[in-house]
Ligand binder design. Sequence first.
Ligand code: HEC
Ligand code: HEC
Ligand code: HEC
Length: 104
Amino acid sequence: MSFFRTAVATVTVTIVFSSVALAIQPGKTVSWNTPMGKVTFSGSNHAAMQVGCLECHSKIFKMKKGSTEMTMADITAGKFCGKCHRKGGRAFEPEGNCDICHKK
Ligand code: HEC
Ligand code: HEC
Ligand code: HEC
């Protein structure tokens, strides 16, 4: 019985890890062109920073490129990327950090 339970746990762990590996191929990104330059969101970098899929999907973003309509004002107001990228949030705030997201 305990062998069975260990086997089940191992299978579950393997499934979780392999689906993550499939979802975030290195270089999988989403980008937006803005007058301030291109913003690139890197799935691999966010995963490396221990941000789980469920923290963004689907309560903040749908799993579909181009489905989000957001403006910088939304982000600064703490929506979308700004849910984390805000003052006192878990990631750098927009103020003073424009060029971390916006690349010319
Ligand atoms: C920090 C937030 C965040 C995290 C964490 C995140 N994603 Fe996403 N994901 C996004 C954004 C933003 C988009 C693009 C949405 C848009 O363009 O409107 C996206 C898009 C997607 C898409 C659609 C891609 C396409 O080509 O249409 C898939 C599939 C996806 N994510 C899967 C995942 C999986 C699986 C994980 C966990 C390994 C994950 N995401 C983690 C923010 C995130
Ligand atoms: C956490 C990443 C991030 C940071 C930091 C950031 N931006 Fe943005 N910015 C975005 C994203 C994402 C968009 C939305 C692109 C879209 O949907 O078209 C955007 C859009 C914009 C736009 C396009 C017009 C608009 O209002 O949506 C401007 C201008 C802009 N940002 C200016 C700035 C300035 C100035 C700063 C620094 C004070 C800044 N951004 C910091 C991610 C960021
Ligand atoms: C669920 C929380 C969360 C959301 C939502 C989120 N991020 Fe992040 N992001 C993080 C964390 C955590 C880090 C790493 C800590 C730091 O750099 O402050 C990070 C780092 C970054 C970096 C620096 C690393 C890199 O990939 O170059 C960029 C750029 C970035 N985020 C852009 C975005 C954009 C654009 C969005 C919206 C499409 C977004 N993030 C949404 C949590 C989030």
